[in-house]
Design a protein around this ligand. Structure first.
Ligand code: SAM
Ligand code: SF4
Length: 335
């Protein structure tokens, strides 16, 4: 293979240099939008990638030009060998970031600081304890909030992931934006996406227009500042005049950012997924364990990525349960 074709470019010319690795399928929360109440069928332990295998995959992807690796799950800090994996990956010339519900952050903070890992996506869907219990089906609100403040004190670059669902937490939009007044954080409102078993319904979506109407009503139209788009944008970004932080809207359902997508996903059981919405996966781990040609499979998977949301290019297709019901829950894919 020549250096030139060692770049992950798909049939539409999109270059892929951002890898999300799911470390684990298990979680200490049970968020209603993410997983069914009784959990999901877990892969047998021996079919999950070991720390060493994760390191080998990282090496291959870095060879393909990956510049950024996000660790996710399930809850990545639940993995017993998290420290070994983080150390292995920190040795590569990539930016490492973690998506976490924050419950176990305090136990890992020194490790992250030692390894120079500064970027955290912290999932928080409500600022109310009783609602946290409803939305996550678990206790842990106090710990989550303590760790949220700890991350700020320790100067992590913090993005808050807040999945909005109509009638459940859309009355907290303004409270979340108020957090950005004195805190240098980025709050990202995420549209509720359909996955197998999460009872998705179009009517539960909170649109960008609805969010902005609320914001303008509260802070005034003149104070709502639209920020420039980033290169591989995933969120349209805004801030309120005079506030330290910013907020963004991730509208993967109503207004997807597929045109500039640079993301690749590797599931905890070693399958590559070329799109979050795709129910097609290629088992790389099996091939790696048999000493097969993993690189060819990766190139092929990326090349055949569809232009928009795994082919669900309109709302009708997205709303068709047949088309998204085969797609594993976010917890098993790695968000
Ligand atoms: N447990 C970690 C956490 O919650 O941050 C990492 C894994 S979680 C699957 C990654 C992200 O996916 C979280 O920010 C979560 O809010 C988001 N997510 C899960 N299910 C979703 C859905 N149906 N729609 C939109 N976002 C979802
Ligand atoms: Fe767990 Fe994260 Fe899914 Fe919530 S969103 S159940 S914290 S994996």
């Amino acid at each position: 293979m020549t250096e030139q074709n060692k770049t992950l470019i798909d049939q539409f010319g999109r270059k892929h240099d951002y890898l999300r690795i799911s470390l684990i399928e298990k979680c200490n929360l049970r968020c209603t939008y993410c997983m069914p109440e009784h959990g999901i069928p877990l892969s047998p332990a021996k079919s999950l990638m070991t720390a060493e295998e994760i390191g080998k995959f990282a090496e291959i992807f870095v060879g393909f030009g990956v510049k950024k690796i996000r660790l996710t799950g399930g809850e990545p800090f639940l993995r017993k060998d998290f420290a070994d994996i983080a150390r292995l990956l920190a040795a590569f010339p990539v930016e490492i970031s973690i998506t976490t519900n924050g419950m176990l952050l305090d136990r890992n903070i020194v490790l992250l600081q030692d390894l120079g890992i500064k970027h955290l996506n912290f999932s928080l869907d409500t600022l109310k304890e009783s609602r946290f219990l409803e939305m996550t089906r678990r206790t842990g609100f106090q710990k989550t909030m303590e760790n949220f403040h700890l991350a700020i004190e320790e100067q992590f670059q913090l993005k808050i992931n807040c999945v909005l669902m109509k009638g459940e937490n859309d009355d907290e939009i303004i409270d979340f934006i108020r957090l950005t007044k004195d805190l240098p954080i980025s709050v990202r409102f995420i549209e509720f996406m359909p996955f197998d078993g999460n009872k998705w319904n179009k009517s539960k979506l909170v649109s960008e227009a609805e969010i902005l109407t609320q914001v303008e009503g509260e802070f005034g139209k003149a104070n709502l500042i639209s920020l420039p788009d980033e290169k591989n944008l995933t969120a349209r970004k805004f801030k309120i005049e005079g506030f330290q932080g910013e907020f963004g809207i991730i509208s993967s359902v109503t207004n997807p950012f597929c045109g500039t997508c640079n993301r690749i996903r590797l599931t905890a059981n070693g399958r590559i997924k070329n799109c979050l919405f795709s129910n097609r996966e290629t088992d790389l781990l099996k091939v790696m364990r048999a000493d097969g040609d993993v690189e060819e499979l990766i190139l092929d998977s990326i090349y055949h990525k569809k232009a928009v949301r795994a082919g669900m290019d309109n709302m009708e297709k997205l709303s068709d349960p047949e088309l998204h019901s085969q797609n594993r829950s976010m917890i098993a894919i790695g968000g």
